[in-house]
Design a protein around this ligand. Sequence first.
Ligand code: IMP
Length: 191
Amino acid sequence: MSDLLFATNNQHKLREIQEILGSDFRILSLRDANLDIEIPETQETIEGNAAQKARFIYEKTGMNCFADDTGLEIDALDGRPGVYSARYAGEGCSFDDNVEKILMELGDTQNRKACFRCVICLISDGAEYLFEGRVDGVITMERRGSDGFGYDPVFLPDGHRQTFAEMPPYLKNGISHRGRAAEKMRKAMGK
Ligand code: IMP
């Protein structure tokens, strides 16, 4: 089993990625590796942020590691919140504040098309690799479901009747942006 350090302390993400990568890998969080650090995330693109985070922890630890960055891109909002998805409602805001803000901005707009785009940057034995995953869907008129995190209660993936927050985790993992990017990473690592 190989150790792989994931630049996050988000328990939802850790669980998702561990399920996808399976027992060939032991995924360590920043806390597991005793890293109590603020990781910079100052780039203008999700690719840039994923690479910045992965390089930062690789330089600190020298461990094989990866970082992810995700943006929710809503057509009617010209692609916002995009790279600002985490702090869309302002510095220190909650997931719920962000959801409230996009629902307010969309109002009763009929075009509710959106996609999640995730980029994972893996640094393995010093070499850097990028993997992208995307899922298309629509933003619902109101919140549905209580699983997951972030914008899950209002994201209805195309071809499904349940929002990400109503789906069992295995189903979300099978079709989600991060699930798809992680699956590409798993294949690239030969597992
Ligand atoms: P991050 O860059 O992966 O931390 O993602 C930025 C923001 O996008 C998060 O703070 C969440 O609000 C949102 N996000 C990322 N992944 C998901 C997901 O799987 N479901 C819902 N929201 C997500």
